[in-house]
Design a protein around this ligand. Sequence first.
Ligand code: GDP
Ligand code: MG
Length: 453
Amino acid sequence: SLQDRLQSAFKNLRGKGRLSEADIDATAREIRLALLDADVAVPVVRAFTARVKERALGVEVSKALNPAQQVVKIVNEELVTILGGETRRVRFAKNPPTVIMLAGLQGAGKTTLAGKLGRWLKEQGNSPMLVACDLQRPNAVNQLQVVGQQAGVTVFAPEAGNTGGGDGGAEGTRSVGDPVQVARDAIAEARRTLHDVVVVDTAGRLGIDADLMQQARDIRDAVNPDEVLFVIDAMIGQDAVQTAEAFAEGVDFTGVVLTKLDGDARGGAALSVREITGRPIMFASTGEKLTDFDVFHPDRMAGRILDMGDMLSLIEQAEKVYDAEQAEKDAERMLGGTFTLQDFLKQMETLSKMGSMSKLMGLLPGMGQFKDQIANFDDRELDKVKAIILSMTPKERDDPKIIDGSRRARISKGSGTSVQDVNQLVTRFFEARKMMQQMAKGGGMPGMGGVPG
Ligand code: GDP
Ligand code: MG
């Protein structure tokens, strides 16, 4: 499976202290083969592998993570990205009813999805109505009525607009009727009966079909849907690309629903469809029951594909511990009297963060005496500080005492600031350092009740 293949790709990295370009090449090749094997579309595989490789090559030597962990982390992040990053929610209309139209091949799972959506929408406090616009297939209207009844949701069908349960009408016979007119009538009916979401089920064929695509387009133009959901069977493999492209061109959908994910061991369509169509995957179906359905979460899907939950939480943990240790070391060094311009810059960054925070929450309690400093500290000032420090030589950064008049002039020119700005920064640095030294001598924060050293 894709999971196993990816994991064996990472196994070769284990125990390595540093990754050579050859290591990364070999891993990228393994990942590429694993994705191709899982029927991920070829251009998507190419783009994905290139991104992982580029990031793995550019990665800094991390003290928190070993190389294998770093590559796993990158692959996980790229998987989330390719699956769409964030969950995309349904866009509801300002003036109800919100219209959601379903499109896709026959057997993709549209009618089942209509029932699932109906149930889900009702659970969210909406009052949905399902509309039977598949008049091609005998029994299609009845099938929608059955799922509607299971979901406890109203169904609008062509025969005199009967609602749920009742006689199927079209049962066993090929319905004649105009699906576009049915869709129009349904919207009017929903408005009259105060249904706030209308889900329009449509017909599909086994292959791409020009007449049916035209019909879907006509329905779309008649009801002006807020969402057009392209429903696709996750098991169709490499055909996913061609089908998705045909529907993108044919009806220009706004979102994708993946069905039959329960039967898809490989995850290929899931990984391809977002990148190929540029449209988000919004829902996932994982079985025949109405409850086998959920909003699509890219991070959870990536987790499922990678199947390395333990490793990922280990990585998160390692990074947290490392950050904490680093902060402690910084504090020790600062209090030990070796306060450098680098530390100063960090302090400025903290101040700047507090500045934007104080604007949000009012001033922090106990920080009254620093009020002006904090409030006056904005990001522009931080940028200036950064520019000045970056224009110093390493020697000057280590030992700011050597910064004389001519050095100040050079630094101000290099950083696009005034000599006065440079003076001010150097003065503030020495003040901050003095304060640090006083704190180190056990005086606490000067002016905050401590005994000055
Ligand atoms: P439509 O032609 O697009 O309307 O597809 P249907 O809703 O009629 O579904 C076709 C078949 O797929 C039915 O037998 C459904 O029960 C089944 N089906 C739909 N969604 C899923 C799913 O997520 N998982 C599984 N295993 N079967 C599904
Ligand atoms: Mg159907």
